[in-house]
Design a protein around this ligand. Structure first.
Ligand SMILES: NC(=O)c1ccc[n+]([C@@H]2O[C@H](COP(=O)([O-])OP(=O)(O)OC[C@H]3O[C@@H](n4cnc5c(N)ncnc54)[C@H](OP(=O)(O)O)[C@@H]3O)[C@@H](O)[C@H]2O)c1
Length: 267
C-alpha cells in the first residue's frame, strides 16, 4: 500500500467522514480536518488532527490536496481562508452546485477539481463523477482520482455542464431506488400482506437485486428479461408500468427537471 500524501479536509460531516474512512483504509499518513462541530472530534487519531478553524491548522502543514466538503451555502464564508494552500495543493470540491469558476473566485484561483459523489459513499459503494478545471496537472488529477475512489467508483467528464445530469442521475439516484422500495412496500400492504412482511420483502428485494447485479456480468436488461417469463406475472406488471411509455417518459421528465434544477442552483 502506497502512503497517501498530507491531506487537508475542510468539513468532516457525512461525506467528509466517509472520505476520511476510505483514506484510512488506503494508507493515510497525515491529515488535518477542519470542522467546528463537537462530533468531528471523534475523527482524530492515527495521524489525523482535528481543528475547529483554518487559523488552528498547524504552521508549516503543507497538504497535497485540500478537500472541500462543507455545505455549499457555507462556501462563501469558509473558502477564502484556504486560498493560501493553492500554490502547491489541488482543491477537490464535493460541494453540490459550486462551479469551478465560483470556487476559484472564493479561493483566489488555484487548481480545482469539482466532484459529485453520492450517499452510498458511506459504505464504499458510491459513484463520484469529477471534472478537472484548468491548471490541474496529470499528477493532481491522479491524486484526486485516488482520494475520491476511496468511497467507490470514479469517472471523469470533460465538460463541466455534464455535472448537472450527473447530479440528477447518480447524485439523486439513491432517492429513486429508496422510493421504489417504499412503493413496493406500500403496494404489498395494499394487496393484503402484513406490514412487517411487506417492509422486509421490499427492502430485501432491492438489496438482493443490487447484489445480484454486482455479482453478474449480465446487463440490467438481461437480468430483467431473465425474471420475465412470457405471459407470466412479471410480464403483466411490466406491461402496466410501461403502458403508453408512461414510466420511461415520466422518469426521463424527472431527470430533465433535476438537471434543470441543478443548473439553476449552480454558481
Ligand atoms: N450528502 C449527499 O448526498 C451529497 C452528495 C453530493 C455532494 N454532497 C456535498 O457534500 C458536502 C457535505 O455534505 P454533507 O452531507 O457531508 O454535510 P454535513 O454532514 O453537514 O457536513 C458538513 C460539515 O461541515 C462542517 N462545517 C460547518 N462550518 C464549517 C467551517 N467553517 N469549516 C469547516 N467545517 C465546517 C459542519 O459542521 P456543523 O454540522 O457544526 O455545521 C459539518 O460537520 C456538501 O457540500 C454537499 O453538497 C453531498
Amino acid at each position: 500500500m502506497i502512503a497517501l500524501p498530507n491531506l487537508l479536509l475542510v468539513g468532516g460531516g457525512r461525506m467528509g467522514s466517509a472520505l476520511l474512512a476510505g483514506w484510512r483504509e488506503q494508507g493515510l499518513s497525515q491529515a488535518v480536518v477542519v470542522d467546528p462541530s463537537e462530533a468531528a472530534r471523534a475523527l482524530a487519531g492515527d495521524g489525523v488532527t482535528v481543528v475547529a478553524s483554518a487559523d488552528e491548522i498547524p504552521a508549516g502543514f503543507a497538504p497535497a490536496a485540500v478537500v472541500l466538503a462543507v455545505k455549499p451555502q457555507n462556501a462563501g464564508a469558509v473558502l477564502p481562508a484556504y486560498g493560501r494552500f493553492g500554490g502547491r495543493a489541488v482543491f477537490i470540491s464535493i460541494m453540490a452546485g459550486k462551479t469551478v469558476a465560483g470556487i476559484g473566485a472564493l479561493l483566489g484561483g488555484g487548481a480545482i477539481v469539482r466532484a459529485m459523489p453520492n450517499t452510498p459513499a458511506a459504505v464504499r459503494q458510491g459513484v463520484t463523477v469529477a471534472y478537472a478545471g484548468e491548471g490541474v496537472s496529470a499528477a493532481q488529477r491522479g491524486l484526486a482520482e485516488t482520494l475520491l475512489g476511496a468511497t467507490g467508483a470514479v469517472a471523469w467528464v470533460e465538460e463541466e455542464a455534464l455535472l448537472d445530469p450527473v447530479t440528477a442521475i447518480s447524485g439523486g439516484g439513491p432517492a429513486y431506488v429508496f422510493l421504489l422500495t417504499e412503493l413496493m412496500e406500500q403496494a404489498g400492504l395494499a394487496l393484503g400482506l402484513p406490514g412487517e412482511l411487506a417492509k422486509m420483502m421490499a427492502r430485501q428485494t432491492v438489496i438482493g437485486s443490487a447484489a445480484l447485479m454486482a455479482a453478474s456480468s449480465e446487463t440490467p436488461e438481461a437480468l430483467r428479461v431473465a425474471v420475465t417469463s412470457p405471459g407470466g406475472t412479471t410480464a403483466e406488471a411490466l406491461k402496466v408500468l410501461r403502458a403508453d411509455d408512461a414510466w420511461p417518459k415520466n422518469f426521463l421528465d424527472a431527470m430533465k427537471a433535476a438537471t434543470e434544477r441543478s443548473h439553476a442552483l449552480s454558481g
